[in-house]
Design a protein around this ligand. Structure first.
Ligand SMILES: Cc1cc2nc3c(=O)[nH]c(=O)nc-3n(C[C@H](O)[C@H](O)[C@H](O)COP(=O)(O)OP(=O)(O)OC[C@H]3O[C@@H](n4cnc5c(N)ncnc54)[C@H](O)[C@@H]3O)c2cc1C
Length: 432
């Protein structure tokens, strides 16, 4: 193989596609431990955003000198993703709706106004909406204000269908997509890397791309880069015509409330409501396991918060519940690097905003293999690493301390307190 890609989520599948679109003669294999899209890519909320930096404010904070270029890259990336889905005929239920952010506390409304101002300063089109304007769009006792971003900033997708469509597109270009092929280790050899696959298989490759996101602890080097944090989702039954009419929402935009603990919610193609987020759960020792995919305590909280948001929908049933692991980094956005003498390249760390950004990151992985002269590889965004996260036994208390602090900030009118302000000054954050 010229390139072995480890992981069959968005990052790995886009990497295979982008490699083969650049050089159709390459031999590329995608090695996926389970089924394509089994990880976060098949389970996420379906908000496909332009931002590469986990939002504009986070980008301004960490990359003030590059943020305008990164915003342009992000918008271009999203437009290309939308065009690709159309050209390939992928039925991913894509809707270029944009996104409505809503505030349920006064300080959040102030923050959304500041976000709209920041967007204007960076050439973006986010509009602030007062309480009446938001209520006219989507009536809820909770909303005090909002900010609307357009379809060039955010589109909705059915993520599993997108992942399956990308796998087909990769195979159409000649990639081998090998499911149930868990990689257990890598070994450097002359001119390449030996990739060990569970069950005794061995793949010899010139380059390896690591695209295993929150499941990347198999490569020890990456364990200080990220924390796997579980995020949970509910899905209602399809709404009746009366229920649908009672909640407005004519524009079908994705929505998100604004606390540190926030919900994201949207309408599916068959008019269910997907309602996720709020809790961000770390299991000590970096544990990721199917046993964590369901968490009744979190589902109960999500149901309560849903009822407070949509009293009109009293009695609606939840037919689906699930969870998945997010690759959180201290800087909230993708981090890149090389190991084994530049033969192995990785991209991970999207922190809950990787549906769109993974395609761009896959372009960086492609450039690392095929276009070492690419200007994008020189960006600080690509070259620099987030502050490492200490291993256990320090990791669990630190993550819990951060989590308690961000929850406390929501409860105290947005006051981040001394601990969070210190972490902010050090450039260390916790989010999902
Ligand atoms: C519940 C939830 C909601 C989210 N909502 C959103 C959202 O609305 N918008 C957004 O932008 N982002 C969201 N995200 C984040 C987004 O889904 C991810 O950033 C993105 O899917 C990451 O893609 P990936 O390909 O890097 O990782 P993954 O999709 O996790 O893929 C990694 C793959 O690697 C495989 N793998 C693991 N170990 C091995 C191994 N040793 N050998 C071979 N294969 C292996 C796994 O099986 C998996 O398929 C959400 C995530 C979750 C969990």
């Amino acid at each position: 193989m010229d390139v072995a890609v480890v992981g069959g989520g968005f990052t790995g599948l886009w990497a295979a596609i982008r490699l083969l679109d650049t050089d159709p003669s390459l031999r590329v294999a995608v090695l996926e431990a389970d089924r394509v899209g089994w990880g976060a890519s098949g389970r996420n909320g379906g908000f496909c955003e332009a931002s590469l930096t986990h939002g504009l404010a986070n980008g301004v904070l960490h990359y003030p000198d590059e943020i305008d270029l990164l915003e342009d890259e992000g918008r271009r990336n999203l437009a290309e993703l939308v065009a690709f889905v159309a050209d390939e005929g992928i039925d991913a239920e894509l809707e270029p709706t944009g996104q409505l952010l809503v505030a349920s506390r006064p300080h959040e409304a102030d923050e959304l106004r500041a976000y709209a101002d920041l967007s204007a300063a960076h050439g973006g089109g986010v509009r602030f909406l007062d309480r009446d304007a938001v209520q006219a769009l989507q009536p809820s006792p909770r909303w005090l204000g909002g900010a609307m971003a357009g379809g060039d900033q955010c589109v909705m997708v059915n993520p599993a269908k997108l992942a399956w469509g990308l796998a087909t597109a990769a195979e159409r270009r000649g990639a081998l997509v090998l499911e149930h092929s868990r990689v257990s280790g890598l070994r450097r050899r002359a001119g390449g890397v030996s990739v060990a696959v569970d069950g005794g298989g061995l793949v010899e490759a010139g380059h390896v791309l690591v695209a295993t996101s929150a499941y990347s602890a198999w490569l020890r080097r990456l364990t200080t880069v990220f924390v796997p944090v579980y995020d949970y989702v509910l899905m209602t039954e399809p709404l009746t015509a009366e229920q649908r009419a009672s909640i407005g929402w004519a524009g079908r935009y994705g929505m998100s409330d604004s606390g540190n603990q926030f919900h994201y919610f949207r309408l599916s193609a068959d008019d269910r409501i997907l309602w996720g987020g709020y809790d961000a759960i770390y299991h000590s020792g970096n544990r990721v396991a199917p046993a964590h995919d369901l968490r009744p305590e979190t589902f109960a909280v999500l149901e309560r918060n849903f009822a407070a948001t949509f009293p009109q929908l009293d009695g609606v049933r939840f037919t689906h519940r699930w969870g998945g692991a997010i690759d959180t980094t201290t800087r909230f956005c993708a981090t890149f690097g090389d190991v084994m003498g530049g033969r192995v390249h990785y991209a991970l760390g999207y922190t809950g905003l990787g549906v769109g950004a993974s395609r761009w990151a896959a372009g960086i992985l492609r450039d690392a293999v095929l276009r070492p002269q690419s200007e994008l590889l020189r960006l600080r965004f690509v070259r620099s690493a987030p502050l490492p996260i200490p291993p256990e036994p320090l990791r669990t208390p630190l993550v819990n301390r951060m989590r308690d602090a961000v929850i406390g900030a929501d409860a105290s009118g947005g006051d981040r307190g001394l601990f969070l302000r210190t972490m902010d000054a050090l450039g260390i954050g916790f989010d999902s």
